[in-house]
Design a protein around this ligand. Structure first.
Ligand code: INI
Length: 159
């Protein structure tokens, strides 16, 4: 048996894009900080990271798709916070963000990491943005690195 499993090691030339929503920025800014910290601590210096900001989670897929297909990035990390208590159209916004990110990943073949919080309350979002439930931006960064390394292993194996 051959096991392929990504490590938390980014190729030295890999570039990463973060696309972040400004809506609920008091939460999303913490996710961006977490993602940058996760990348930095795993050897990805800031010069290899680009950050694009969009108005809200609804707008994430268009820019994620554009960047994923640009051939410039090894992975794209989408960050946002959709909070049910804040919007009657939670399901539309959250659904569009998730399905759009998945479509961009499928169309581009580039890992798109879904770091969009979908919570019932502001408190739950804050918990996942650097307080008691960790930082989902940091986790998204590690997922991106893992997927990039896994794809590199599979590419080297000529599968
Ligand atoms: N956008 C979010 O990222 N999170 C939300 O919780 C949210 N709420 O509550 O409505 C939200 N709405 C804005 C939406 O993403 C678009 O920017 C807007 O509809 C314009 O297209």
């Amino acid at each position: 048996m051959t096991l392929y499993e990504g490590r938390y090691v980014a190729p030295s030339d890999a570039r990463f894009a973060i696309v972040a929503a400004r809506f609920n920025h008091f939460v999303v800014d913490r996710l961006v900080e977490g993602a940058l910290d996760g990348l930095h601590r795993h050897g990805v210096e800031a010069a290899r990271v680009d950050l694009a900001k969009v108005p809200g989670a609804w707008e994430l897929p268009l820019i994620v798709d554009r960047l994923a297909r640009s051939q410039k990035y090894a992975a794209v990390i989408a960050l946002g916070a959709v909070i049910r208590g804040s919007t009657p159209h939670f399901d539309y916004v959250a659904g569009q963000a998730a399905s759009g990110a998945a479509a961009a990943m499928a169309a581009s073949g580039v890992p798109v990491v879904f770091g969009v919080l979908t919570t019932d309350t502001i408190e739950q979002a804050v918990e996942r943005a650097g307080t008691k439930a960790g930082n989902k931006g940091w986790e998204a960064a590690l997922t991106a690195i893992e997927m990039v390394d896994l794809l590199a292993q599979l590419g080297d194996a000529k599968i």
